[in-house]
Design a protein around this ligand. Structure first.
Ligand code: HEM
Length: 366
């Protein structure tokens, strides 16, 4: 292997093992305890996950820092997208890495499971740190689980556990990625109207209302069509369409006031052909892809667990598979998923205004 590993400054020349800290790294798998191959495999798999988590935490902070600046320089958006892509690939890799774990048979695991005591992935402080930086809130968690509750108990056990708690408490004070993204979306020019401009509120309200009128109209037309065709349970169908219209109103105008970040997101998703919105669109797609890869990572973990321990209670005391399946419902970037429900086909969108602001040559509809 080439490369020289000589990055340590003038005169210093690393060896491969020295640069990577391999001697230390390879002494951390408990060989000295005379463990079985199965248990070594269990440890190595966990450790590789945790190493990737460490990298993900760095990447997430970098993306958050880029988006948290008040005027994100255009050149920085592709950078954020690159880092998002890396995190997504790491989660894809990890989602398939559960397959290696699955080569552990149920009985092979039972042979050393008791030795774990109450140790559990529940205590992965890096997993919690990732979730906190992303912006997963306590209320969004299953049974409103307090992500730090468990770590407060552990913290009494020693310095390292206390440090893990301190780390999570500090992370909770930081701006989350979802907050940074939302603030960035809020500044999207909508129908050529700029955030903070004198008549911006009115322009955005008009846009949102026009969209909502079209959306509600489609639901009403669809339910009338179904009624004419004699669809079963028409009252239930009508109620469903009415709830969908109300859902769209609640999404765009919670408490009667326009939510500008969601309106910006709707605009980006609706007018995907606008050149100036190309990078914002790619960024939004990259965040959706990241969350999708995390959900699949959680789903594959649950299936692997079901295969190895069935429906047993977890070593951390949770309901096991049921708990893990519940975590697959988490959506940190809920707005990015939610907006999809209320999109309209191109012909029914509100007519674009001020298209030239977005570098759009125009199609004569302005
Ligand atoms: C035989 C292999 C494994 C089994 C049977 C297993 C089982 C479980 C169970 C039952 C839980 C729920 C909490 C509890 O009650 O303990 C859990 C949580 C967790 N496990 Fe695993 N796991 C395995 C391997 C791994 C590996 C290799 C990782 C990699 C780091 C991992 C990471 C996690 C994390 C991060 C959680 C917390 C999930 C959350 O709260 O959102 N697990 N695991």
């Amino acid at each position: 292997m080439g490369g020289g590993y000589s990055g340590g400054g003038s005169g210093s020349s690393y060896t491969y093992g020295g640069y990577l800290g391999l001697h230390e790294l390879l002494s951390l798998q408990r060989d000295q305890d005379g463990i079985s191959n199965d248990e070594m495999h269990f440890i190595v798999t966990h450790q590789t996950f945790e190493l990737w988590f460490k990298q993900v935490i760095r990447e997430l902070r970098e993306i958050r820092d880029i988006l948290a600046t008040e005027h994100v320089p255009e050149a920085q958006v592709p950078k954020a997208v690159e880092h998002l892509g890396r995190v997504t690939e790491i989660f894809r890799l990890l989602a398939s890495q559960w397959k290696v774990m699955e080569t552990l048979t149920p009985q092979g695991f039972l042979a050393f499971r008791d030795g774990l005591g109450t140790a559990s992935g529940f205590e992965s402080f890096q997993m919690r740190e990732m979730e906190i930086i992303l912006g997963l809130e306590t209320v969004g968690r299953t049974s409103d689980m307090d992500p730090l509750g468990h770590f407060r108990k552990l913290a009494t056990r020693g310095e390292e556990d206390a440090a893990a708690l301190a780390r999570l408490e500090a992370a909770l004070e930081e701006t989350t990625l979802v907050e940074a993204l939302t603030n960035w979306l809020e500044r999207t020019p909508i129908m050529g109207s700029f955030y903070g401009a004198a008549d911006d509120a009115e322009a955005v309200r008009n846009y949102v209302d026009t969209h909502l009128t079209a959306y509600t109209g489609i639901g009403e037309a669809a339910s009338a069509r179904m009624e004419a065709q004699g669809v079963d349970n028409i009252e239930a169908v009508k109620a469903r369409f009415a709830a969908a219209s109300q859902g769209a109103i609640d999404f765009l105008k919670p408490n009667g006031e326009v939510n500008r970040a969601r309106a910006g997101l709707l605009f980006i998703e609706s007018y995907r052909e606008l050149p100036l919105l190309a990078w914002p669109r790619v960024l939004v797609d990259a965040v959706v892809e990241l969350e999708e890869s995390m959900v699949l990572f959680r789903t594959h973990h649950a299936r692997m667990v079901e295969r190895i321990i069935g429906r047993r209670v977890g070593t951390g005391g949770s309901s096991g598979v049921d708990y893990l399946d519940a975590t697959t419902k988490y959506r940190i970037f809920g707005d990015l998923w939610g907006v999809r429900t209320i999109l309209l086909k191109s012909e029914l969108r509100p007519t674009l205004k001020n298209g030239e602001i977005y570098g759009f040559a125009g199609d004569g509809t302005d």
